[in-house]
Design a protein. Structure first.
Length: 148
């Protein structure tokens, strides 16, 4: 088995900064769900208000949308962080920029979704997928360079 020496570029600090920003965003999303839960009076351990309740009570509908925006971000988060950290090894500036777009996309997705109009999440989703596509590229490129 051969080995390589991996030098982390100074600009990898941007990648780390974006990772920290995404962690802060996750905290904000968590607090948003807690506030919506309290306002809607949806008790723990229930993840969502049921359909009948949400159709009758706007606060419960908003809670469900806020919770779903958070859950959707959680679903993407492991993929995002993996690709960000790997792609950033060889493409730190591009990965950091794509990561920042991902964070912005998730913010817009959450803000739009929690209005109660699920279609308002779409602009944030478009940014999210574009950013992930770029991060897939940087990660694949990093893997190829390491295997050469």
């Amino acid at each position: 088995m051969s080995t390589i020496t991996l030098t982390i570029p100074r600009s990898y600090g941007y990648v780390i900064a974006v990772g920290i920003a995404s962690a802060i965003e996750m905290g904000w999303l968590t607090l948003s769900v807690g506030a919506a839960r309290s306002k809607a009076r949806v008790p723990y351990p229930y993840l969502y208000a049921d359909k009948e309740e949400a159709e009758k009570d706007e606060n419960k509908h908003i809670f469900n949308c806020t919770q779903r925006a958070h859950q959707n971000t959680l679903e993407f988060y492991p993929v995002f962080t993996t690709l960000l950290l790997i792609g950033g090894l060889k493409h730190p500036e591009l990965s950091a920029k794509a990561g920042a777009v991902f964070v912005l996309g998730r913010f817009l997705h959450a803000i739009g979704y929690r209005t109660g109009s699920v279609n308002r999440r779409v602009p944030g989703s478009v940014l999210t997928f574009g950013a992930l596509g770029t991060l897939f590229y940087t990660s694949i490129s990093t893997a190829r360079q390491l295997l050469e």
